[in-house]
Design a binder for this molecule. Structure first.
Ligand code: NOJ
Length: 447
């Protein structure tokens, strides 16, 4: 059967500044929290550092050539805050502005619409030294940064995203395995509250420009948890926690329904984690936006019994990190949930989806990535079903254009349509790149 997508469907690929740009010390760029975090021994698998990454700072022409080969009509990337404002605030780095002007010009010359994220996890280190997102002043720091971006690139960007996957800040402040590497849940909860305020203020600022084309939204990843054994109390509680206390609910409730959910509030009160909320904060956070970006990777089934078993095996030396079960069908349910539970009546884009290969699988296996093609097909089939059922899904961005710096997993997890040779920086198309080019050309695929 041929899965035909609607006319004008957006087909894209996604990347992020800290993961591909490199050029960490060039042309006046300041340090980000990931540059510093990656310097801590043991923080990143096999000691990977983002200093060179894919060197897109110098190889941007090649990147755009690859996008042409793929036939995509939109490219999702992020701005590096510390390349634009090396200290986070104050002096603007003109070389940084020039870099993104060039990228956007190249995209436009090739009919590729820019989808640009203001913040994809790489806070300027200077701001972290002042408390980062834990300091309420971040709201004015971020608004200043957003203004520089909007002044310089405003209507040249079709899709503005304020934040990508805000949960990364929670992980970085409370669980320690993302930058800045802190272990303080109270601070993390406060940081997330401030982050949501930054989003709201940036949307308010955006509206003052009255752009002709540009739209604004946010990207929140959804890993929906389901009880492994429906009706089992323990599993139900685990799934609820995964969704409302530690997952998407912490963002979607304040963004679309207003305030924190009753489950989250109960958890805050029981654990003395209630963030400081000032009058008017929830109104600021709940700004109408133009589109929603869904990062979808998997659905998760929580089975307390199986988790305990896995935990035991781990202690006995078994492999805890077994390949997770794959639930591509969850994307359809998640899309419906956005409309039915969170009342979204704006266009939705899948702003990320993909599958990693381990570097250790070797270059040949990495280049012949049938597993990735099969998985993407499965997700797209379920997304197609959602469209048929009336969901206003407008586009799909595959993560990622090329293998890149995968945060704490360093260079070990390869997500690209192009294989990155980190010695030569050559990018080699994988089987999936050819397959995806066919999808974009035919606006659909055979399965
Ligand atoms: C989520 C993030 O937005 C992106 O930076 C990351 O590389 C991919 N998903 C894959 O983990």
């Amino acid at each position: 059967m041929f899965y035909q997508f609607p006319e004008n469907f957006t087909w894209g690929v996604a990347t992020a500044a800290a993961q591909i740009e490199g050029g960490a010390y060039e042309d006046g760029r300041g340090l980000s929290i990931w540059d510093v975090f990656a310097g801590i021994p043991g923080a990143i698998k096999k000691g990977g550092r983002p200093e060179v990454a894919c060197d897109s700072y110098h190889l941007v022409e090649r990147d755009v050539e690859m996008m042409k080969e793929l036939g995509i009509n939109s490219y999702r990337f992020s701005f590096s805050w510390s390349r634009i404002l090396p200290d986070g605030t104050g002096k603007v780095n003109e070389a940084g502005i020039a870099y993104y002007k060039k990228l956007i010009r190249l995209l436009k010359e090739n009919g590729i619409r820019p989808n640009a994220t203001m913040y994809h996890w790489d806070l300027p280190y200077q701001l972290q030294l002042q408390g980062g997102f834990g300091n309420r002043q971040i709201v004015s720091w971020f608004t200043e940064y957003a203004k520089v971006l909007l002044d310089n690139f405003g209507d040249d960007v079709d899709f503005w995203v304020t934040f990508n996957e805000p949960i990364a800040t929670y992980v970085g402040y409370s669980a320690g395995f993302f930058a800045p590497g802190l272990h303080n849940e109270k601070y993390a909860r406060q940081a997330l509250h401030h982050l949501l305020l930054c989003h709201g203020e940036a949307v308010k600022l955006f509206r003052t420009y009255h752009f002709e084309h540009a739209k604004i939204g946010i990207v929140v990843d959804i890993w929906k948890h389901y009880p492994g054994r429906p009706g089992n109390e323990e599993d139900e509680a685990m799934a609820l926690t995964g969704n409302e206390i530690r997952g998407f609910g912490m963002f979607l409730h304040p963004l679309f329904l207003g305030g924190y959910s009753k489950e989250l509030l109960a958890y805050f009160h029981e654990n003395d984690l209630m963030p400081v909320v000032e009058e008017g904060d929830f109104e600021t956070i709940r700004q109408p936006i133009d589109f929603y970006g869904l990062n979808f990777y998997n659905g998760l089934y929580d089975d307390a019994e199986k988790m305990r078993e896995r935990e035991k095996q781990r202690k006995e030396g078994g492999n805890y990190q077994d390949r997770p079960e794959s639930h591509p069908e969850a994307v359809c349910d998640v899309l419906h949930m956005l409309v039915e539970k969170y009342h979204l009546n704006i266009p939705i884009y899948i702003t990320e989806n993909g599958l990693p290969y381990d570097d250790e699988e070797g270059k040949e296996a990495n280049l012949n990535d049938d597993r990735r093609i099969d998985y993407v097909k499965d997700v797209l089939k379920w997304a197609h079903k959602a469209i048929e059922e009336g969901i206003d899904l407008r586009g799909y961005y595959l993560w990622s254009l090329m293998d890149n710096f995968e945060w704490s997993a360093g260079y070990c997890a390869r997500y690209g349509l192009y294989y990155t040779d980190y010695e030569t920086l050559e990018r080699i198309p994988k089987k999936s790149a050819k397959w995806y080019a066919d999808v974009t050309r035919r606006n659909g695929f055979e399965a």
